[in-house]
Design a protein around this ligand. Structure first.
Ligand code: HEC
Length: 334
């Protein structure tokens, strides 16, 4: 090679190295700038508007006024914008979005944009977890909504993030999040490893709540009802002001999952344990459960059927609980 062309090659190489270095420097700058930005601070106080939003939130949720979610969300969002460091306000906004998504079967026509509620719920639960990392309920709902978002966008990375976030949330508060995780995964095909894991999670919840291994063939939960409490981590096993029919809703779902697994006899026993609840008589969704006990055998196929977004409307009686219009209300409606 003549000297001149060797020089040209060398010059090209120098230019290329310099360009690469500059790119690295610039991206390094961006990385450093973001990494050293101050963390968003959690707010030590709650505003008057946040308290007002909470009151409306609970009225709307407890009375099952799905059609008023938009109004409650307007106040909740305004309260968040006024004080974006308020973790509970952020989480409540997330819950309104996830409720609207979860029970969209109530709408006469489901718009494609309903899926934006998953994106918004994820955003708000991410905020809530960042502001209050020790709140395991926020973490559980974040995991659950990541799964929903991953499924909507067919994004395996989101789905896996959701799954591992759920597992972390289970470690943090198993009595609460074993249910959350298993319920979210109840959508998986009946013969999949994930679905089987999800069903095990419901049994593990019962074991923790009972304080011993519950008999898998003959689960008689009646004998544990005296353990009911409204304080400590085990409060989430029972009914409370927040979730007035948590126990009934829990067994409704677990019975459904057993039916989906084809275990009709055990499903009937689990469903029937709802009758041990002292407030079973006041539960608005009692008829749905009683119908399931009667129709358990014929529901095996219906509950295993894949649910496609935008697919035909199916009545709640023929849908797995997570796909019904009472996916939240079974536990939270007064
Ligand atoms: C199996 C019953 C059950 C189902 C189904 C259920 N929850 Fe809950 N939920 C609970 C329990 C139990 C708690 C925790 C109560 C506690 O902390 O004492 C809870 C906590 C909450 C809270 C707590 C808020 C706060 O300020 O403390 C909200 C909001 C909520 N759930 C909304 C929902 C929504 C929305 C859905 C549907 C996507 C849903 N839940 C599904 C039982 C249920």
């Amino acid at each position: 090679m003549p000297t001149s062309s060797r020089l040209a090659v060398a010059r090209h190489a120098t230019v290329a190295v310099a360009a690469t270095a500059l790119t690295l420097l610039l991206s390094g700058c961006a990385f450093m700038a973001v990494a050293t930005a101050p963390a968003k601070p959690a707010s030590p106080t709650r505003t008057a508007l946040a308290m007002q939003a909470d009151a409306l939130f609970w009225q709307t949720l407890h009375s099952g006024r799905y059609e008023d979610i938009g109004r409650a969300l307007e106040v909740q969002t305004a309260a968040y914008l006024e004080n974006p460091g308020d973790a509970l306000t952020a989480a409540h906004a997330g819950w309104l979005h996830i409720w609207r998504l979860a029970e969209n079967g109530r709408l006469p026509q489901v718009p494609a944009t309903i899926t934006n509620d998953a994106v918004m719920a994820r955003k708000y639960f991410e905020e809530a977890v960042r502001l209050q990392p020790g709140e395991a309920r926020f973490q559980g709902f974040l995991g659950s909504v990541l799964l929903a978002e991953g499924a909507i966008h067919k994004d395996e990375k989101l789905t896996r993030r959701g799954y591992y976030t759920l597992l972390d949330s289970v470690d943090a508060w198993p009595e609460f999040n074993l249910f959350t995780a298993g319920y979210s995964m109840s959508r998986q095909p009946a013969d999949s490893a994930r679905f089987k894991e999800a069903l095990q999670m419901q049994w593990r919840t019962l074991d923790l709540c009972a304080g011993e291994a519950v008999n898998r063939q003959d689960p008689d939960f009646g004998r544990y009802m005296a353990l009911a409490t409204t304080s400590g981590p085990k409060r989430v096993c029972w009914n409370s002001w927040i979730a007035p029919h948590n126990f009934e809703g829990f067994v409704l779902n677990m019975g459904d999952m057993l039916v989906k697994a084809g275990d009709v006899a055990t499903a009937r026993k689990i469903y029937a344990s709802a009758r041990h609840s002292p407030t079973y008589g006041q539960w608005k969704h009692r008829a749905l459960l009683e119908q399931r006990i009667a129709e358990a055998a014929e529901n095996v196929a219906a509950f295993s059927a894949a649910v496609v977004p935008g697919g035909p409307k199916v009545p709640d009686a023929k849908r797995l609980m997570i796909h019904t219009t009472v996916a939240c209300m079974a536990c939270h409606q007064q």
